[in-house]
Design a protein around this ligand. Structure first.
Ligand code: NAD
Length: 501
């Protein structure tokens, strides 16, 4: 509960967060219900009117002050993330750094991207001056996940605020402290617009209340199953909806690729953050000639890594206790279906940790190849050629990220262009995540809509198109006073022009 949280009723229910590492209680937070959520939306709406009226340069300065506060308190923010998710302190600090980069970009570019711009008119509209402008929507509801509780949610929050909106944020029930701290820092850095960003806490019921609260758009990040439920609620009121969901990201490795670089990137992309990354590496398709050599390199690197709570551990525990059973099922199924455990296996699961698992030759219809595993597991399958690799990558019901390793960057980019993924890296993994100007998002079960970049700013706006009549047109076609002969002449002129080309 923060200065920015809506007041909870005196005997409101609370919930306790626990350390995924030790199981010990961290903090208590109120379960905000429909009343508190509505109050937060109303406060944000009031604050938004003043915020939207500011020149873009003033909003930029305010947001940069908030960014500065986040940078100053980087250690405290990273500590909260690490405590709630169990991820190593270094990973949590990196998450804050990435967030700062995005917030800076959104703050500095919103004015340029969203400003009014003129567009050309046509033959019959020469008398008009036409322009369009991107205006804020009002109040945006943001529902976030726990795996990157700051970075992921700020992909919507920072861009929505920069576009002139107010925001009510419902963080995951596993990571509410990060959301609360974020709103507290905003109020402290920008006190004249307190209430513009409010964090409400709770689980599904609080998220449901936010979906029904009359916000002007709902930006959801989480699983496709929950996205479907939230979208159905939004459909009742035609509330616009943006869905950033899961992934089953694949890497293609060609015969001429730098195998050491590919193995390094695959291991990091699959195992960092215990594999709990929406665009993490879960599948690899390597052409047969180099499949064995790549597997050897991946195993050698994976062998050197172990999860734990110590400072030198490569990654931490599974944050969501229930995910451990899903990871175990995927690995057990893969092995019993004929897949080979090159390193680790079902025995690698020892809650709350899962040691690295490297599989090969897993049948394409096994759960480990079709469902999001969200654990430190990677399956490396051989393919005859790049065509087969592309076909297999595109066969997934998910279409979020992908990567291609290929000696020649241009050839790699040509392969990337054949993939349905919304974000692709050539000769690296997750390269797009650190470039704020690049839109991020997927399709199919990975959701729809884009965050980040210019599209990410425009996602939280509505276009208003305007014409201003500069002079009385010589042929005024939109009047009952126009003689029939003038209209016929205009039609003849248009027909002859449009017939030419
Ligand atoms: P989840 O779907 O369980 O929950 C997401 C959020 O929705 C939480 O805040 C939760 O409290 C809320 N929620 C649950 N039921 C709700 C309901 N009925 N109405 C409204 N809100 C409700 O997902 P999670 O376990 O928190 O996150 C993991 C998932 O998120 C993975 O699938 C991962 O791939 C995905 N993810 C995607 C991206 C991306 O940008 N594409 C980024 C991070 C995580």
């Amino acid at each position: 509960m923060t200065a920015t949280s809506p007041a909870a009723a005196p005997h409101a229910a609370t919930f306790t967060t626990h350390s995924p590492t030790t199981g010990k209680a961290i903090a208590e937070h109120p379960v905000n219900g429909p009343e508190e959520v509505s109050l937060a939306v109303a406060r944000a709406r009031t604050a938004q009117a003043g915020w939207a009226a500011l020149p873009a340069s003033r909003r930029r300065d305010h947001l940069l002050r908030w960014k500065k506060a986040l940078a100053t308190d980087l250690d405290a923010v990273a500590r909260t993330i690490a405590e709630e998710t169990g991820k190593p302190a270094g990973d949590a600090a990196l998450e804050v750094v990435l967030t700062l980069e995005h917030l800076a970009w959104a703050a500095r570019n919103a004015g340029r991207v969203l400003r009014r711009r003129k567009v050309r008119t046509g033959l019959f509209t020469l008398h008009q001056q036409a322009s369009l402008v991107h205006r804020p929507l009002g109040v945006v509801g943001v529902i976030g996940p726990w795996n990157y509780p700051l970075y992921t949610s700020m992909g919507s929050i920072g861009y929505a605020l920069a576009a002139g909106n107010g925001v009510v944020f419902k963080p995951s029930e596993l990571t509410p402290g990060t959301g609360v701290l974020l709103a507290e820092l905003f109020d402290a850095a920008v006190p004249e617009h307190a209430g513009l960003l409010t964090t409400v806490t709770g689980a599904a019921s609080t998220g449901d209340a936010l979906s029904r609260s009359g916000v002007d758009k709902l930006a959801f990040t989480g699983s496709p199953e929950t996205a479907r439920k939230v979208m159905a609620v939004c459909a009742e009121t035609l509330t616009p909806f943006l869905a950033e969901c899961g992934g089953k990201d694949a890497v293609i490795v060609t015969a001429d690729a730098d195998l050491d670089a590919a193995a390094d990137a695959i291991v990091w992309g699959a195992l960092s953050n215990a594999g709990q990354t929406c665009a993490g590496v879960e599948r690899v398709y390597a052409v047969r000639e180099i499949h064995g050599a790549l597997c050897e390199r991946v195993v050698t690197r994976a062998e050197a890594l172990r999860p734990g709570a110590e400072a030198d551990a490569a990654y931490g525990p599974m944050t969501l206790p229930g995910q451990v059973a899903i990871v175990e099922r995927h690995v057990t199924d893969a092995v019993s279906a004929g897949g080979k455990a090159l390193f680790g296996g079902p025995g690698s699961v020892c809650a709350p940790y899962v040691a690295p698992v490297v599989l090969a030759g897993v049948p394409e219809d096994a759960a480990a190849m079709t469902e999001e595993t969200f654990g430190p597991v990677v399956a490396i399958n051989p393919v005859a050629d790049v065509d087969e690799a592309v076909e297999r990558v595109n066969a997934s019901r998910y279409a979020l990220g992908a990567a291609v390793f290929c000696r020649n960057g241009r050839a790699g980019a040509a392969i990337a262009a054949r993939l349905r993924a919304g974000v692709v890296s050539v000769n690296s993994v997750l390269g797009f995540a650190a470039v704020p100007a690049l839109p991020f998002g997927g399709s199919q079960d990975s959701g729809f809509g884009r965050i980040h970049g210019e599209e990410g700013l425009r996602a939280f706006t509505a276009v208003q198109s305007t014409t201003v009549q500069r002079f009385t047109p010589p042929i005024a076609l939109t009047s009952f006073d126009v003689p029939a002969v003038t209209r016929q002449r205009a039609v003849r002129l248009a027909r002859s022009l449009h017939r030419r080309r």
